[in-house]
Design a protein around this ligand. Structure first.
Ligand code: URA
Length: 234
């Protein structure tokens, strides 16, 4: 059981003050009866709460897929640059979702956003060993030698990358797919640089078995489906 004002402020954009006023104006019903007060207890799993006749299903957490455009920081706020949370539709902003991990400002593609700290923790955990798949365009064609270098685990000043997969587009070897299970800063770009190539375009296309929805336009956000959440055991 939780307080009515918590039920509604978790699930909607109404503030607690607005909820008190809605109760006074007799716009909220619980199981068909006018709510008595904002602090009355309701069962979030069994009671039917309506505002202006609209059924409000209780939910605390949100899980979003964003097709990130270039130019946005993977952050909740910044003084200079636009941030990815600005792309969340107005009606979902009150959930205060934040990005799960990071993509560089100039990287596009699949970025998850949530307000569920445990989900974030689970996905970011190195134990999870979750593969991330990127599509990259290089300034120089990739070679079979590069494939071997990626697979053997590269050494950097500050870390040794785990074996990674590089797949070359047979039609155009400057287009590649890279799969890494870590997420070190600029990792894909640094691995490409180590074999003498610069990344000129980078887009994340999958996280584990979750693919970026090809129907989701760049800059758009949608909720993950139950099936997509199940991929991560959620
Ligand atoms: N690797 C990079 O270099 N940049 C990203 O945004 C993600 C992975």
């Amino acid at each position: 059981m939780i307080r009515l004002d918590k039920y509604l402020s978790d699930s909607t954009a109404f503030s607690r003050k607005e909820i008190r006023s809605l109760v006074k104006r007799r716009t909220i019903t619980v199981n068909g009866n006018f709510a008595r007060s904002a602090d009355m207890k309701v069962n979030e799993n069994a009671d039917t709460v309506c505002v202006n006749g609209e059924n409000i299903v209780y939910r605390k957490f949100i899980y979003l897929m964003l097709n990130k455009p270039q130019g946005y920081l993977s952050a909740t706020e910044d003084d200079r640059d636009p941030v990815v949370v600005e792309l969340i539709p107005e009606e979902l902003k009150h959930f205060a979702a934040f990005p799960v991990g990071r993509l560089d400002k100039d990287t596009e593609g699949l970025l998850l956003l949530t307000n569920d700290g445990q989900f974030d923790h689970e996905l970011m955990s190195p134990r999870k060993n979750l593969y991330k798949r990127y599509y990259a365009e290089l300034d120089t064609p990739a070679t079979e030698e590069d494939v071997k270098a990626f697979a053997s685990g590269m050494h950097f000043k500050d870390f040794t990358a785990k074996p990674a997969r590089l797949e070359i587009d047979p039609e155009d070897p400057s287009k590649v797919y890279v799969e890494i299970s870590e997420g070190k800063y600029h990792q894909v770009k640094r691995m490409c640089e180590q074999v003498g190539k610069n990344v000129v375009f980078l887009k994340r296309v999958a996280i584990g078995d979750l693919q970026l929805d090809p129907a989701l336009e760049c800059g758009k956000v949608r909720e993950l489906t139950a099936g997509e959440l199940a991929i991560f055991g959620w």
